[in-house]
Design a protein around this ligand. Structure first.
Ligand code: NAD
Length: 325
């Protein structure tokens, strides 16, 4: 059994990573301020409350638990908020990540896995985005992720083995119903659609229906959060096998695109009632289509996403019915 420090482990994706680690026989230590995360989501190992920018606290926790690897998910995640408060995002997501990365180097960590985003690519110049696509972030949030990737690439010179996992649209929930997405405010499509269909939230606003896509709504690549979690474990193993410092980026998506309208129709079908929705204007900065080329993760990590859009929606509906609110 080895110990893995999971920053942001009380959040949506981090809690699923902790569960997957525990199921694989590892010991996840959740390091989180709980500013956005939830104590109820920490079920598979100890919670160490702390900030990734706090050097003293980090040294204490690294010394106590001696983790073999770090999975770094902690950060602020709202694109719109980042446009209004860019400094807050750069401080929390970039400056504080420096402190964590320095601690990982000081404590001789075998593998460092970072939560990045497909938003680092900006406006797509190819049909399916591959890792070689130019980096051209459109929001301070995406810029903060691109900057941390750069810091990690430089830290390879100090011996750090790291991977930046560029998630497309994380979706779904633990199929056992133990954890799921609980953001306040919630900005993601599937939980908002599920709440609208179940009468647990307001009607959904469809942001733009005049995109150059077959049905006019945006096309996105949805990937199940449990598949994402599995990729983190594979990335740790892959990194541990490198002989020297390295940094690699991997796309994590399903490789298939669904339109927002298709996702709503499917949610309505599975909920047994159509999703109430209104049509609104486009949101600035949204690309018409974001679909990932996941060949690199398939080949290098041996990763294949298993849970399709139907499973993602079913798990979301189950979770939204029972989640603590
Ligand atoms: N949800 C998605 O679709 C998606 C897509 C791409 C990338 N990501 C990235 O994945 C990561 C996790 O996303 P999520 O949806 O689980 O978010 P989340 O908000 O549910 O979880 C983030 C966690 O980080 C903690 N945190 C924030 N700042 C901290 C700090 N300074 N020190 C310690 N803890 C801190 C929060 O309390 C929270 O528990 C984020 O880095 C996000 O940018 C998410």
């Amino acid at each position: 059994m080895s110990t893995v420090l999971v920053t942001g482990g009380a959040g949506y994706i981090g809690s699923h990573v902790c569960k997957a680690l525990a199921e694989a026989g590892d010991r996840p230590v959740c390091y989180d301020t709980l500013e956005k995360g939830h104590a109820w989501a920490v079920q598979w190992g100890p919670l160490e409350r702390g900030d990734i920018g706090d050097k003293t606290r980090l040294d204490e926790v690294f010394a106590r638990h001696r983790p073999r690897a770090v999975v770094h998910l902690a950060g602020y995640i709202e694109v719109g908020e980042s446009v209004r408060q860019p400094e807050r995002y750069f401080h929390n997501n970039v400056t504080k990540s420096h402190a964590l990365i320095d601690a990982a180097v000081r404590h001789d960590i075998e593998a460092f896995v970072f939560s990045s985003t497909c938003a680092v690519y900006g406006l797509p110049q190819m049909d399916q985005l591959a890792e070689a696509h130019p980096i051209a972030p459109l929001s301070p949030y995406a810029e903060s992720k691109a900057k941390v990737e750069e810091v990690l690439a430089r830290a390879a010179g100090r011996g750090l083995r790291s991977a930046s996992l560029r998630y497309f649209n994380a979706a779904g929930a633990d199929s056992g119903g133990m954890i799921g997405e609980a953001h306040h405010p919630e900005t993601h499509l599937l939980p908002l659609a599920a709440d609208a269909a179940l009468g647990l939230g307001p009607a959904l606003t469809l942001l733009g229906t005049d995109y150059p896509t077959p049905d006019g709504s945006c096309i996105r690549d949805f990937v199940h959060v449990s598949d994402l979690a599995d990729a983190h474990l594979r990335a740790i193993t892959w990194l541990a096998g490198r002989s020297a410092g390295a940094h690699e980026a991997f796309n994590l998506g399903s490789g298939a695109g669904y339109s927002v309208r298709e996702a709503l129709v499917e949610t309505g079908r599975l909920a047994g009632t159509p999703v109430p929705h209104a049509v609104g204007p486009r949101r600035p900065g949204d690309s018409p289509k974001l679909v990932g080329d996941i060949t690199k993760a398939r080949i290098e990590l041996g990763w294949t996403p298993k849970l399709d859009l139907v499973a993602q929606i079913e798990d979301t509906l189950r979770w939204r019915r029972k989640m603590p609110r």
